[in-house]
Design a protein around this ligand. Structure first.
Ligand code: SAH
Length: 215
């Protein structure tokens, strides 16, 4: 594996900054985590472009600037226990792992979870726990979480996930009809309820029920 050239790296970071990723810690984490290993096959040569790309099981690895914006919106402290729903390629979880204490990441496709786990091990990212399951139920045995990131589009923020968020915690989730443009929203849990704000329009694959056919 060769990794990005100096030119690739410069363009990658430029694209992130120009699309609003300004948090130094997030930029550093994304500079550290090579996106190359998370993109396999025919699209591997495009890993450093700011574009979503197809991965196995008919899913997509998110656009890097969207990964950056979502990570930034979580406002991680380095001490957080984070839940990610939608492991996909594993790239987002790898970026989170540099900024959090522990990351739990769940996908409904066993193959994606296995392949992501292999990359985490090869990269020495030892604070990520991978799980196969329907993430819309959350992970009750590890709850509550300081931060929750959903990387698939839900019609509404799933109730079990809201319930598994700590008071003072933040959840970021794309909300809207699955085949349209969704709104990325940030939910903060307060002592008395939930505050919502809209971040920007995004396009994600839908959050589906149950396990994938390979699982
Ligand atoms: N975060 C990923 C991109 C996610 S693509 C990355 O960095 O590459 C969305 C993922 O959500 C897909 O892999 C899909 O299988 C998964 N997904 C959809 N519905 C789900 C559910 N109910 N539970 C867990 N994973 C789900």
């Amino acid at each position: 594996m060769t990794g990005p050239s100096a030119e690739d790296k410069m363009q990658f970071l430029f694209a992130l900054r120009s699309k609003g990723v300004t948090d130094r810690r997030v930029l550093n984490a994304m500079e550290d985590i090579d996106r190359g290993p998370f993109v396999r096959g025919v699209f591997a040569g495009r890993a450093y472009e700011d574009t979503p790309l197809p991965i196995a099981c008919g899913q997509t690895i998110s656009q890097p600037s969207v990964v950056g914006v979502m990570t930034q919106a979580l406002d991680l402290s380095g001490r957080d226990k984070v839940l990610e729903i939608g492991t996909g390629s594993g790239y987002q979880a790898a970026v989170l792992s540099r900024l959090a204490r522990r990351v739990y990441t769940v996908d409904r496709h066993r193959r994606l979870v296995r392949e992501a786990g292999e990359i985490f091990a090869a990269m020495g990212l030892s604070n990520i726990t991978t799980m196969v399951g329907d993430g819309s139920h959350g992970v009750p045995e590890q709850a509550p979480f300081d931060r929750i990131l959903v990387t698939a589009a839900a019609e509404d923020p799933p109730g079990p996930l809201l319930a598994q968020l700590k008071i003072g915690g933040i959840m970021v989730v794309p909300v809207g009809q699955s085949d349209a443009v969704q709104q990325l929203i940030r939910v903060r849990r307060t002592e008395t309820g939930f505050d919502y704000d809209e971040l920007r329009p995004v396009r994600f694959v839908p959050l589906l029920e149950g396990l994938g056919q390979d699982s």
